[in-house]
Design a protein around this ligand. Structure first.
Ligand SMILES: Nc1ncnc2c1ncn2[C@@H]1O[C@H](COP(=O)(O)OP(=O)(O)OP(=O)(O)O)[C@@H](O)[C@H]1O
Ligand SMILES: [Mg+2]
Length: 648
């Protein structure tokens, strides 16, 4: 003992007294935080330390001298195989297996083994050192789940270091921005800056973040291809256990599409509301203007030309005409005018207008047309389509004060479901497109967003009314079409008008010939109009033309008047929109009783019900309010003549 102790002294070898060694090993095994278990070649437990008692629930007493308790029935085979390998002298380090506790709950453990040898070196058993990795495995699984969620998230997730350098982006980021992650790692997110946010925006952002708060807001950023997109972002600081900010995490959602759809809806609602208002006003004004200009016409007939009073009434008449033209535009915008659609060849319309357009745009603007072959046809009111082209051409002219080029193009286009989905609110189908392009001053964003509003103009007072495009919009919409504007400041503007294609070509419109009808007659005319001012005027004009006039203020009354009247009624002149029975309804009921009777509608306004029933598409004659006395006279004569030919 003494000698050995001396040899173990300072400067001696590494030998430890065997008694001390035994005590050390015992203490180690007893107090180790790791489970230490030993078993013999047949798997019978020889050693079971207190840590193993705590880890698995069996006391040493329960475990010793029995087969390894932690191996469940179905793991016996696996255990036997491992044991066999270990008995051949192999050591295992940190293999992970699933075992069970005494209470039956599963436990994930990491096991390291070494063989136990007898004095002669033969392996008699195995010692294993076991750590519980259940918690670690759980947190690994949680981490994996988190990582998967982040990777597969539809929203952009971007992580930077405290200086703002990008450390991580998820696949959604790559998909939405077009950048590959290798292109952005280590860079600052400012590479996506669009310049749409000013300096103070970023200052505010950083102030919030460095204060340790969460920032949320909307970015207009640039994709790799240079296109703008809008993202809703929430950026939060991430802290370590010590409270130090170690990362920033941004979660962002691409809302470009959503915003576009919202904006379109907002625009459509705005136009709808303004349109309703404009339509209502125009309706009432039309009746008043019909009376004003109509009576002025009657006065003019009575007053000798050259007299002062004649000239003065002429001024009233002119003012009335101007007002009437304004209300006509308002009606067009509100889609409440009565269209008289015909099957048209748009190329023909454009060709016929070339001369007029050239005169309109002046010498220093070049007019170029590019018309597609076999364009097909559209169904629209020719007068209204001409109005569309004139308004667009005049705007183009005004945008090119120093000359330029005006291009009118026609083309055909099939819009399929997928295109329609991307360009709501277009419906799929075949369309004929008219594009009007100028090389003028172009428009900025604020102008573009209000373009079609009535009374929106950037022109000087007195130069523009702001009704041009509102009219165009109304006509195109009412014809079942769409209109889009593309513009770049300083470069020019294109307006694209889409009109639904028309299959039937049977009744290609003939050019209307303006006959000069002798306007008088002696037939009997029934006038039905709820607005007294207008009814009186019509009666007055028709009486002056020699007709016998019956009148009624509404449908039911008209039926009564007709019932009482013994002689023939040659013509019904009726308003369209009236309280109670509508004009077309009245006409149906009266012509059933009096088949010899012709029908002429007059209106400044129509509602959807009447439009959709297409009353005017089937040859009914129609006079737009307000009208001139001479126009009413001529139209009445024309309908009477046409009808007497038909009925013999
Ligand atoms: N081709 C174009 N190029 C540049 N700006 C245009 C063009 N067309 C329209 N605009 C802008 O849109 C505004 C509205 O046009 P709109 O035709 O409705 O009214 P306006 O031309 O001003 O007046 P109005 O047509 O009633 O005489 C114009 O004032 C102009 O600012
Ligand atoms: Mg205009």
């Amino acid at each position: 003992m003494e000698g050995k102790r001396n040899r173990a002294g300072p400067g001696g070898g590494g030998r430890i007294d065997s008694a001390i060694a035994a005590e050390t090993f015992r203490a180690l095994i007893h107090d180790a935080p790791l489970s230490i278990v030993a078993f013999d070649a047949s798997g019978i437990i020889q050693l079971w330390n207190p840590a193993a008692e705590r880890m698995f629930g069996w006391t040493a007493e329960e475990a010793l001298g029995k087969p390894h308790p932690i191996v469940s029935e179905e793991k016996q085979e696996e255990f036997r195989a491992l044991r066999e390998v270990a008995l051949k002298g192999k050591t295992f380090t940190g293999i992970q297996v699933r075992r069970r506790r005494k209470d039956g709950s599963p436990i994930d453990i990491s096991v390291s083994t070494s063989p136990l040898r007898a004095a002669d070196g033969t392996i008699t058993g195995i010692m294993s050192i076991i750590t519980d990795v259940t918690e670690r495995k759980k947190s690994e699984e949680t981490l994996l789940r988190l990582a998967t969620a982040v990777e597969q998230s539809a929203e952009i997730i971007l992580i930077t270091d405290p200086s703002g350098a990008i450390e991580y982006v998820n696949p959604a980021f790559e998909r939405i921005t077009g950048y590959h992650r290798d292109e952005v790692l280590g860079k600052n997110p400012r590479i996506m800056k669009s310049g749409m946010q000013d300096h103070s925006f970023y200052e505010e952002l950083w102030k919030t973040l460095t204060r340790g708060d969460v920032w949320s807001g909307v970015f207009q950023n640039l994709r790799k291809d240079g296109t703008l997109y809008e993202e809703e972002a929430v950026i939060s600081p991430v802290r370590d256990a010590g409270g130090e900010v170690i990362n920033y995490v941004a979660v962002k959602r691409d809302v470009t599409n959503e915003r576009r759809v919202e904006e379109q809806l907002r625009q459509a609602q705005k136009m709808e509301a303004v349109g309703r208002l404009a339509g209502g006003i125009a309706h009432d004004f039309n009746n008043l203007l019909t009376a004003i200009t109509g009576y002025a016409d009657l006065l003019l007939m009575d007053l000798p030309e050259g007299e002062l009073a004649h000239r003065e009434v002429l001024e009233i008449r002119k003012a009335g005409d101007r007002a009437a033209s304004l209300t006509r535009q308002l009606l067009a915008f509100s889609r409440r005018q009565v269209l008289q659609p015909k099957v048209l060849d748009l190329n023909q319309v454009v060709t016929d207008m070339e001369k007029l357009l050239r005169r309109l745009i002046g010498e220093n603007i070049e007019l170029v047309t590019s018309l597609a072959d076999d364009l097909g046809h559209v169904r629209a009111d020719p007068g209204q389509i001409e109005q569309v082209i004139v308004n667009l051409a005049v705007n183009a002219r005004d945008a090119m004060p120093n000359g330029g080029r005006l291009l009118l193009e026609t083309s055909k286009m099939e819009i399929d479901e997928s295109y329609a989905n991307r360009h709501d609110p277009v419906l799929p189908g075949s369309y004929v497109i008219l594009a009007v392009t100028d090389t003028g001053v172009g428009m900025d964003e604020p102008t573009m967003s209000r373009l079609f509003e009535p009374f929106f103009t950037t022109k000087e007072v007195g130069k523009g009314t702001g009704l041009g495009l509102a009219t165009v919009y109304g006509i195109v919409k009412q014809s079942g079409g769409y209109i889009w504007a593309y513009s770049e400041v300083g470069r020019g503007t294109t307006f694209k008008v889409l009109l639904p294609g028309e299959e039937e070509v049977a009744e290609l419109a003939e050019k209307e010939v303006a006959y000069l009808y002798p306007s008088g007659g002696e037939e009997t005319v029934l006038v039905v109009e709820d607005e007294k001012l207008v009814r009186d005027l019509v009666r007055e004009i028709l009486s002056q033309h020699g007709y016998d006039v019956l009148e009624a203020s509404r449908g039911t009354e008209a039926l009564e008047v007709s019932g009482r009247h013994k002689g023939p009624i040659h013509l019904l002149v009726s308003d369209v929109v009236m309280p109670g029975m509508t004009g077309p309804e009245l006409a149906r009921r009266l012509t059933a009783l009096r088949p010899e009777m012709g029908v002429l509608f007059m209106s400044g306004y129509t509602d959807d019900a009447i439009l959709h029933h297409g009353v005017f598409e089937h040859g009914a004659e129609f006079l737009q309010k307000p009208f001139k006395a001479s126009a009413l006279g001529a139209k009445v004569r024309k309908v009477l003549d046409a009808h007497s030919h038909e009925t013999g």
